[in-house]
Design a protein around this ligand. Structure first.
Ligand SMILES: [Zn+2]
Length: 114
């Protein structure tokens, strides 16, 4: 049986491969098979950084814009390196500890893997 993923746009299971691409015959959506090859088993949520790198627990990231720390006057400056991130669920999907600030949560869209 085919192990091709369903169409991400319309959910059709009748996708087929065309070279490096996957194509949906129902809505004509075309996307890269390479990207889906990195996708872990069903049920695992993939968290990507601002440029599309897949993030994992323990990664080091750098902040790509100044971020205000909720409930304080502190700001995490752009370029701040954050070591040993932990992925979590929710709106802010990265749990981490930042030097001089402490434990906080970040959004993956505002970081870049180092
Ligand atoms: Zn489709």
């Amino acid at each position: 049986m085919s192990t091709l993923p369903p169409c991400p746009k319309c959910g059709s299971e009748y996708t087929y491969e065309d070279g490096p691409s996957l194509i949906c015959p129902e809505c004509a959506h075309e996307w890269s098979a390479l990207a889906s090859a990195e996708t872990p088993a069903e049920g695992d949520k993939v968290i990507r950084d601002s440029v599309g790198n897949v993030l994992q627990d323990g990664d080091t990231v750098s902040v790509i814009k100044d971020l205000k720390v909720k409930g304080s006057s502190l700001v995490v400056k752009v370029g701040t390196k954050v070591k040993g991130i932990r992925l979590c669920d929710g709106d802010h999907d990265i749990d981490c500890k930042i030097d001089g600030i402490g434990a906080m949560k970040l959004k993956s869209e505002f970081v870049k893997k180092v």
